[in-house]
Design a protein around this ligand. Structure first.
Ligand SMILES: [Zn+2]
Ligand SMILES: [Zn+2]
Length: 130
């Protein structure tokens, strides 16, 4: 599987050429603040299979996650995490085609709002995996 995506203004474009390692929903408060949403929807792609064009800036938060976003429109594109070396964590909202699979993992259900019902996979964590 391969995929492509872009930010809201179109000045940042990405491509990848492999199967996602996982499809994660994260309800942690960092993801909530950064995305402005109750959940971040993320696929993991090996960094060698990831190409990005256009200018991004990034913010490294205390949890060791570096979050990259378009310098023009602010769309969150991808993150890297100290806990997930070699992986690009791509926000699925920027993809041209949404993944046609169910999420494989849900993290930080502790901070999931009660009104949000998601078809949860079996793999569920109240906080971080592992
Ligand atoms: Zn943009
Ligand atoms: Zn998170």
């Amino acid at each position: 599987m391969s995929g492509s995506g872009s930010c809201l203004c179109g000045s940042v474009n990405l491509e990848y050429s492999s199967e996602p390692n996982f499809f994660l929903l994260c309800h942690c408060t960092d993801c909530q603040k950064a995305t402005g949403s109750p959940v971040a929807s993320i696929i993991g792609i090996p960094e060698d299979d990831f190409i990005i064009k256009g200018e991004t800036n990034s913010y490294k938060c205390e949890a060791g996650v570096t979050r990259s976003f378009c310098i023009n429109c602010g769309s969150q594109i991808f993150s890297t995490a100290e806990g997930a070396p070699g992986l690009m964590l791509i926000k699925t909202g920027v993809l041209d085609e949404q993944p046609n699979i169910d999420p494989t993992m849900v993290c930080w259900t502790d901070s999931k709002p009660n009104w949000l019902e998601i078809k949860h996979p079996d793999i569920k964590f109240e906080k971080n995996p592992g």
